[in-house]
Ligand binder design. Structure first.
Ligand SMILES: [Zn+2]
Length: 217
């Protein structure tokens, strides 16, 4: 078994991927349960690498290796951990180690805000994983949703915004919005409309698309 699924999702999203080809002390076991959740974490390893966390989990926790499946670094680089589908060691509550992929974001979000780059890389990675696996976006959870004594992935981590963005990317509304923006600018530049929004149920995108097509005829 390999990390191919996560690697593919990251590559497809155009993200930089680091595969340390980690050696696990004992062979990892494949979960017998369906992987239908994504659990988000943060870490205390700012500036460190997945390899360092791997070594720490072996030497200080006595595990087979890093407990997470993948890490998103501050600069948006993705580091591979446990292969997708293998039992994790990141959220023991409610059998989540057997039912989820554990994604850790570099840094402590109890004390700092996430960067745009890291946020967007996380969005793209998760959207890619969801596209391949069919995991429902409502099953993207924070560690603290199961381990109530923890703040993980941090009080300042924008989990709701992340889920919202993942859904937008999956539905492709990002591309539609870019097109609507082009239409808006074109129409405005031609003096066809002043850009104000009419009081009806037509969305801004539908309206600009419509006017754009008319204007181009
Ligand atoms: Zn956690």
């Amino acid at each position: 078994m390999s990390n191919n699924l996560i690697k593919k999702a990251a590559y497809d999203a155009g993200l930089k991927v680091i595969d340390y080809e980690l050696d696990f002390v004992n062979p990892l076991k494949k979960s017998n349960l369906k992987i239908d959740h994504i659990i988000i974490h943060h870490d205390i390893w700012e500036g460190g690498t997945m390899q360092q966390i791997h070594d720490d989990h072996i030497h200080h926790r006595g595990w087979s290796g890093v407990g997470y499946h993948v890490r998103v670094r501050t600069d948006g680089t993705v580091e591979l951990g446990r292969p997708f589908g293998c039992i994790g060691a990141h959220c023991k509550e409610e059998s989540m180690n057997h039912r989820s992929a554990g994604i850790v974001f570099e840094g402590n979000f109890d004390t700092k805000h996430i960067s745009e780059k890291q946020f967007e890389a996380g969005v793209k990675l998760i959207a890619g994983i969801l596209r391949i696996t069919g995991i429902n976006p409502k099953n993207i959870k924070g560690h603290r949703d199961y381990a109530h004594y923890k703040t993980c992935p941090g009080g300042l981590f924008p989990l709701d915004s992340l889920i919202k963005r993942v859904i937008e990317v999956i539905l492709g509304t990002e591309e539609v919005s870019a097109f609507a923006k082009e239409a808006y600018l074109y129409v405005k530049s031609k003096g066809i409309s002043d850009g104000s929004r009419p009081k009806d149920t037509v969305t801004r995108e539908e309206l600009w698309t419509m006017i754009y097509r008319m204007a181009k005829q």
